[in-house]
Design a protein around this ligand. Structure first.
Ligand code: ZN
Length: 314
């Protein structure tokens, strides 16, 4: 892969990038439908939540009301709405600097108050910040953070809408790093603030299960809150390592680079009662069975990645 020679951030380029901070990224977008009971019910059913008794939309539904669906809002832009020329220019400037790839890195939402059926929303997105050049495992580039403010519909020019929430969205525009080896490596887990502790544990050969500090419910994979009681408080317990194959598949096709089919992938129920995915090793794939007792091991794939795997008990 060719990386343009100008893939370096000169002071001049950083200054030009920074000049976009504070400029609009998308303007004048409006929710396609008013907040409505049917959507609230569908969302609650999909999430496994009870519909709030007061009929208000759960705060975490915020982004639902801004989504443009397949037909969109008449423009691009992660937060909806037509992208402004300023945002298009910023992305083009990064492309010219060699940062031609893009990945969404994280998103944060703040809720001011729940929305009620019948309310309409509008939203605008601003370019909040453009970072200096950072080197990441994906490649070097710039983080671009946009912030969308969601308001109740503005009815008159004088009467601004009421702020109900904000959605901050961050992307990395980067120049892909050259591959270390000739062949493609194994896909990497997506490590974020909510699950970093899990992967740190795996690296140290400890499989940590999250435990709610309010109701004691165990959960895996890691989540920011408790499924059972909603509490954000948690600690961890270390899995003892015993488990049973709850279900499994044997992968024959399609072949994925870095994996050699056929191989078995199991959903293992740990003795603690939670389930985790992993390869079954040390046994021919056709010997794997539901109900088979397995033990946890850790496979060091390369210097950057260790994963849990399971070996049948003998
Ligand atoms: Zn709980």
């Amino acid at each position: 892969m060719l990386i343009p020679a100008q893939n370096r951030t000169t002071p001049d380029l950083l200054g030009r990038l920074k000049a976009y901070e504070g400029q609009a990224a998308a303007t004048g977008a409006a929710g396609k439908d008013p907040v409505n009971a049917a959507m609230i019910r569908h969302w609650c059913e999909a999430m496994g939540h009870a519909v709030p008794e007061d009929g208000a939309a759960p705060a975490a539904m915020l982004q639902v009301w801004t989504m443009g669906g397949l037909s969109g809002h008449g423009g691009g832009g992660g937060g909806g709405g037509a992208r402004t020329p300023a945002y298009e220019e910023l992305l083009a400037l990064l492309d010219e600097a060699g940062c031609t790839s893009v990945v969404a890195t994280d998103s944060e939402q703040e809720y001011v108050r729940p929305l009620r059926p019948g309310e309409r929303i509008s939203f605008d997105t601003v370019i909040e910040s453009v970072s200096a050049r950072k080197t990441t495992k994906l490649g070097a580039g710039h983080f671009v953070t946009t912030r969308t403010e969601i308001r109740t519909e503005i009815r008159t020019a004088a009467q601004g809408g009421e702020l109900v929430g904000t959605h901050r969205f961050r992307i990395l525009k980067y120049a892909p790093a050259p591959q270390k080896s000739a062949g493609p490596g194994r896909p990497r887990p997506v490590v974020n603030r909510d699950n970093a502790g899990y992967w740190e544990g795996v690296r140290d050969h400890r499989l940590l299960i999250q435990r709610c500090t309010d109701c004691g419910a165990l959960r895996l994979p890691w989540l920011p809150g408790c499924d059972a009681c909603g509490s954000p408080g948690w600690d961890t317990v270390q899995a003892g390592g015993a488990g049973v194959v709850h279900s499994y598949v044997v992968m024959h096709h399609p072949p994925f680079p870095a994996f050699e089919p056929p191989y078995a992938v199991a959903l293992v129920e740990l003795a603690e009662g939670v389930r985790v995915l992993g390869n079954v090793v040390g046994v021919a794939h056709e010997k794997v069975r539901i109900g088979m007792g397995v033990g946890l091991e850790f496979l060091r794939v390369d210097e950057d990645m260790t994963v849990p795997v399971f070996r049948p008990e003998v």
